[in-house]
Design a protein around this ligand. Sequence first.
Ligand SMILES: [Zn+2]
Length: 246
Amino acid sequence: MTPDTPPPGTWDSPQKILVILAHPDDPEFFCGATLARWARAGHTITYYLLTCGDKGYNDRTKLDEVSPDDLCAIRHSEQAAAARVIGAEAVHFLDRPDGYLVPDMELRREVVRIIRHMKPDILVTCDPETLYAPYGLNHPDHRAAGQVVLDAVFPAAGNAAYFPELLIEGYLPHMPKEVWCSLTRQPTVTLDITDMWPVKLEAITNHKSQIADLDRFMERMRSRRTEASTVEDPRYEESFRVVNYR
Ligand SMILES: [Zn+2]
């Protein structure tokens, strides 16, 4: 980094930031504090979620009480409320079946269409290489979402020879300048987001169907402070593996 290079995640002009992830609540859990900071810095944030999380059942939302279609609708409205707290401008759903996401060519074409339509400067997704997460196995939809988004970015989104039918529809090639992969075990950028941590928590708690016990949930989130920080003075971080195309 030269003296003239701004620190990662800071830009000297408003950026169009596109977030593509698998489920409602993924943006807030994976990188909500960073997104909140970016929104407050004047950048424009749009979410595209590949599924509507219609299998996100727990003790609070039971299959014999709430149908998958009802849960899908609940999660749409919870996600809209959470996105408002973050400061995201719009949320779109592809409504693919939760849990069955596959990074196939059809989905890759859809994601290329979204990238070419939105023309983001910054694209945010998650790291498909995360098979083992700190809490156990990473959800296969997360890996599939990260994989299909990275495959769409390169080599397809910026190359007119890929999906020529999209060109006929008017979607011209576009490459984001930076790709930020959240939920990574191999971070290249770690941001102290302590100031935005309360915003992240407020946003996440809008996903009421996903939080069976709020007290236990808040306790778990508090425990995610950095190892170097103390209970009295906790610090929080979000990490990313960033690929730069500038
Ligand atoms: Zn998820």
